[in-house]
Structures are given as structure tokens and as C-alpha cells.
Design a protein around this ligand. Structure first.
Ligand SMILES: Cc1cc2nc3c(=O)[nH]c(=O)nc-3n(C[C@H](O)[C@H](O)[C@H](O)COP(=O)(O)OP(=O)(O)OC[C@H]3O[C@@H](n4cnc5c(N)ncnc54)[C@H](O)[C@@H]3O)c2cc1C
Length: 506
């Protein structure tokens, strides 16, 4: 057999998830690992999304690692460039660079039942084997392009919000923005002053709340640097407020009515035209789709060079964009704010498990993972931000750090087992976990709020959001429960893997 580079852990991706995993591995004393990243730089989401106005919508002091506080955040909601710089800084400060292989897109990873390791192939021809894989390829990483008849033949410029073309000058152009999600509402106010005419194609209006964004003062920065516990306290407060909101999303959606009235006044302040206000008023419970934050979106839509087509885009005929209501709009450029492959993670079709089937095949009815991390039939493989780990109202970094606790304990358990061993999630444990999650999901605003959203898969199941507090998830991922796993040892004969009980393994 050909000799390949072998590592104990291969981390895929270098966003918050992958870099966080790398830091945690080093802190656990594990240095035998690689981070494989398809792009030419680290940063994930915050490298790829460079569109005008791109910023986080969870305050920076919470949307950052607890182990790498940044007293110098410039704003309460910092922009993409600062978040990207922060991730570069994390890679430097924690000595991650020697572990990172850029321009290494993983094309396939196969579990080897005989050797009990993963065989990972990358697009540039490398083959690496690893005892364990931590897949941190991101929930919002692969742009989703809409299937609109005629789009491919549009004679003008077309690009996705996550692949912004900075060389294309929008000045004076007839710009069409498709979609009204988190990216689109940040883009529209930024480009509206430059565009000759801007047409926004909306299928469903979002609920938009005021954005409490402001510059962080020099005094605050000084205080956080001189007395770090003040930054910790600030983070704790931001976290606590969001934890208190969770009950309204998960158990008592009716309580969200008050929040709707704040969002309605946010709109009424800027939109005076009753016809436009009617177009922009959602007909579903706030929170059902992600709540968006902006002080500039509605004022931009009220400007004379902006139109809103509220029936969505149905067809492109040459340079004419046809709305579902038959309206026709001429455009020079189409900006797709159409989101990402979320419930159909592209990486899943590149992971081949112990039975020779891909994760995508295993998830064909529904994606599900034990504690959001591991899947039956895929030993020693775990994902960061896996199924049902997303949040509607708080920082994903909290969930990532919980998953890193789980990862660290998983690797410790493998150490304790000794010899060559793998852990494979029991189907019964995955099923039980998923039933509990889906049972709790029934009462949530995401399922009862009267909308369709990217949280739901093709079958209408919510396989993305965590229906509880981040504290509950932290408890659920503190340690690996070995009863939820089969311990796999190398086969006696080299024909099939052997699952043995823990007792037998000893
Ligand atoms: C515009 C935008 C704003 C957001 N704002 C917030 C916010 O305010 N608060 C919040 O909590 N969340 C926010 N999110 C969600 C965000 O995705 C997560 O918070 C977090 O950044 C995800 O980190 P990640 O490392 O899991 O994924 P990513 O940051 O997406 O990183 C995944 C990495 O994996 C790499 N990769 C993918 N496939 C392969 C492959 N086959 N081989 C090798 N490498 C691969 C990608 O190139 C990428 O670098 C936002 C998302 C977007 C798109």
C-alpha cells in the first residue's frame, strides 16, 4: 500500500469552527493534526463574504471566542474586515499556521474498515490518512444559486453575495437584488446610493428590528484591556439576555407579539407609502425566519430609485427580469442574495462511511447527528455545526465551543480505549437524540410561525436549529457517553469491521 502522510486528526475548514478545533487540539496536547482548507486563506464565512455592509448581527463581544477576547472590537457589531482580521490573528497567536494546508479542497474521505482510519483525498492530488476527522466545512459556506429559467442566458453580470465582484462598478447601473435575507438587507442600503435603479425581488418580507450598533469608545477598549474581567462581564451580559429570550422562540411564540410591534414601528418610521408598507409587512410570526437587524434597510427602500417586486423573480428573458406577477424590469446586473446549501450540506456527498455509503445517502430522508456531531456508520468522524446546532438569536461561537468540548472528550475516550479503536454512534442513540430534538421542535416558532425558511429541509423538517438554550447544549456536549457508541476494533480477519462491547474490548 502506498505510504501517505498520516495524522491523528484532520480538521476540514478554517473558519471559526476549524480554527477553534485547531486551538482546542493544541490545548489538549495534540499537535499531530492538519487543517485542510480549500481556499487560499483562513477565515471561512468572513473571508468569502466581503459584500458592502457585511457585518455580524450578534454583538462582537459575544461573536468571538471566549478564549481569545478582543478588547479592540471597533463597533458593537463589527464589520467583515475586522472579523476576518480577528481570525487571522487567532491563527497566528495560537501557533496554528504550521498545521494549516491552504488550497487543499477535500474531494472525498473514505473510512477504511481494516486500518480504522480515514483516507482523505484533496483536489490538488494529496492523500492524507487520519485516525479522526473533524469536519468544520460550515453551515453557510456553499452559495445556493436559484433555479430560475433564463438566468444562465442573462447578458449582464451575475454574482452571488458571497462571491462579490469588487471589480464590477455598480455606479449608475440597473441593479436587481434577488432575496431579502440577512445578506441582502445589508447590501441594499450600501449600494442604493450608487445604483442608477435598484429593484429588489422579494418572495417573503423579513421582520427587521432596529440595530443597536455604535462605535466602541476608547475608554471601553482601555477598560477591557486593563481589566479583562470587564470584557468577560460584558460577554456574560450579552449571553444572558439572549438566553432569556429562548423560551419565547421555543415554547411561547405568542410572547413575540411585542417584538413584532417594535419591528413594525421600525418600518413605519421610514416607510410612509402605505402600498410599500403593505408589501414589506410580514404575515408570519416574528422569529419564524431569522430576525434581521437594520436601521438603514427601510430608509433605502423608500428612496425614489428603488422598486420592490414582492412576487419574487420567476423568469429571465434576455436582460428582462419577469416577476411572478408579470412585472418586467430591465437590469444590467443581478446580485443573488439567495443564501446557501444548508440542509443539503455539500460535504455530505464526499464522506463515505463504513458501509460504503455516503453521508448524503445516509441523510437522504433527513440529516441527523448524535448531539449535533456524529453519525451512525461514520466512525471517528464528527462535524462542527452539524444538524440542529444552529441558533436563531445568539452567537454560533457558543455552539462551536460546546462542540469542541465534545470533540476533546471524544479524543480522550479514544486514548483511554488504547490501541487501535474507533467510536461509531449507535443508530439507536442517534435516533433517540433526534426524536427528542424533533419533539421539542414542534412547539417552536420555527415550526409554528407560519413561514417557510431555510431552517427547514425539503420535507419541511427543521434539521438546522437547536430548540433550546445554549446552556442546555453545553451540558449535552460536555462529555461523550460511551453507551451511545459502539467500540470498533480492527477486524481479526481483514474482511469486515468488528463491533465489540466495551467489556469485550477490555
Ligand atoms: C454573511 C454572514 C453573516 C453571519 N453572521 C453571523 C452572526 O452575526 N452571528 C452568528 O452567530 N453567525 C453568523 N453567521 C453564521 C456563520 O456561518 C457562523 O457563525 C460561523 O462563521 C461558521 O463557521 P464555520 O467555521 O463553521 O464555517 P465557515 O466559516 O463557513 O468555514 C468553513 C470553511 O470550510 C472550508 N471548506 C468547505 N468545504 C471544504 C472542503 N471540501 N475542503 C476544504 N475546505 C472546505 C470553506 O472554504 C471555509 O473556509 C453568518 C454567516 C454569514 C454567511
Amino acid at each position: 500500500m502506498a505510504q501517505h502522510e498520516h495524522v491523528r486528526v484532520a480538521v476540514i475548514g478554517s473558519g471559526f469552527g476549524g480554527l477553534g478545533a485547531a486551538v482546542r487540539l493544541r490545548r489538549e496536547g495534540i499537535t499531530d493534526f492538519l487543517v485542510l482548507e480549500r481556499a487560499g486563506a483562513v477565515g471561512g464565512t468572513w473571508r468569502d463574504n466581503s459584500y458592502p455592509g457585511c457585518a455580524c448581527d450578534v454583538p462582537s463581544h459575544l461573536y468571538s471566542f471566549s478564549f481569545a477576547p478582543n478588547p479592540d472590537w471597533p463597533r458593537t457589531f463589527s464589520g467583515q474586515q475586522h472579523i476576518r482580521a480577528y481570525l487571522e490573528h487567532v491563527a497566528d497567536t495560537f501557533g496554528l499556521r504550521p498545521h494549516i494546508r491552504l488550497n487543499h479542497e477535500v474531494t472525498v474521505m473514505r473510512w477504511d474498515n481494516d486500518e480504522l482510519h480515514w483516507v482523505i483525498e484533496t483536489e490538488n492530488g494529496a492523500t492524507i490518512t487520519a485516525d479522526a476527522v473533524v469536519s468544520a466545512t460550515g453551515p453557510l459556506s456553499d452559495p445556493k444559486l436559484p433555479d430560475i429559467p433564463g438566468l444562465a442566458d442573462f447578458p449582464g453580470k451575475v454574482f452571488h453575495s458571497a462571491r462579490w465582484d469588487h471589480d464590477y462598478d455598480l455606479s449608475g447601473k440597473r441593479v436587481a437584488v434577488i432575496g431579502t435575507g440577512a445578506s441582502a438587507i445589508q447590501i441594499v442600503p450600501e449600494i442604493q446610493p450608487r445604483a442608477g435603479r435598484l429593484t429588489l425581488f422579494q418572495r417573503t418580507p423579513p421582520w427587521v428590528m432596529p440595530r443597536m450598533d455604535r462605535a466602541i469608545s476608547g475608554a471601553e477598549k482601555w477598560l477591557h484591556r486593563a481589566l479583562p474581567f470587564t470584557a468577560t462581564a460584558r460577554r456574560g451580559l450579552l449571553w444572558g439576555i439572549r438566553e432569556l429570550q429562548v423560551g419565547a422562540f421555543t415554547k411561547h411564540p405568542n410572547q413575540l407579539g411585542l417584538v413584532e410591534s417594535i419591528a413594525k414601528s421600525n418600518m413605519a418610521r421610514a416607510i410612509k407609502d402605505p402600498a410599500l408598507r403593505a408589501k414589506l409587512t410580514p404575515s408570519y410570526r416574528i422569529g419564524c425566519k431569522r430576525i434581521l437587524l437594520s436601521n438603514a434597510y427601510y430608509p433605502a427602500l423608500a428612496r425614489p430609485n428603488v422598486d420592490v417586486v414582492d412576487s419574487g423573480l420567476s423568469e429571465v428573458r434576455g436582460s428582462t427580469l419577469v416577476g411572478s406577477d408579470g412585472t418586467e424590469t430591465e437590469a444590467d446586473v443581478i446580485i443573488l442574495g439567495t443564501g446557501f446549501h444548508v440542509t443539503d450540506m455539500p460535504i455530505a456527498s464526499r464522506v463515505v462511511g463504513a458501509d460504503g455509503i455516503t453521508l448524503a445517502e445516509s441523510w437522504k430522508d433527513e440529516m441527523q447527528a448524535l448531539r449535533g456531531a456524529t453519525a451512525a456508520g461514520f466512525p471517528n468522524w464528527m462535524t462542527i455545526i452539524g444538524p440542529n446546532t444552529g441558533l436563531g438569536n445568539s452567537s454560533m461561537i457558543l455552539m462551536i465551543e460546546s462542540q469542541l468540548n465534545y470533540m476533546a472528550d471524544y479524543l480522550r475516550q479514544l486514548d483511554v480505549l488504547g490501541g487501535r479503536a474507533a467510536l461509531d454512534a449507535r443508530p439507536s442513540a442517534v435516533g433517540a437524540w433526534n426524536r427528542r430534538v424533533q419533539d421539542r421542535m414542534k412547539r417552536t416558532v420555527w415550526n409554528t410561525g407560519g413561514c417557510t425558511s431555510w431552517y427547514l429541509d425539503a420535507n419541511g423538517r427543521n434539521t438546522t436549529v437547536w430548540p433550546g438554550t445554549t446552556a442546555e447544549f453545553r451540558r449535552a456536549t460536555r462529555a461523550v457517553d460511551l453507551a451511545e457508541y459502539e467500540i470498533v476494533r480492527p477486524p481479526v480477519t481483514r474482511s469486515a469491521p468488528q463491533a465489540v462491547t466495551e467489556e469485550a474490548a477490555r
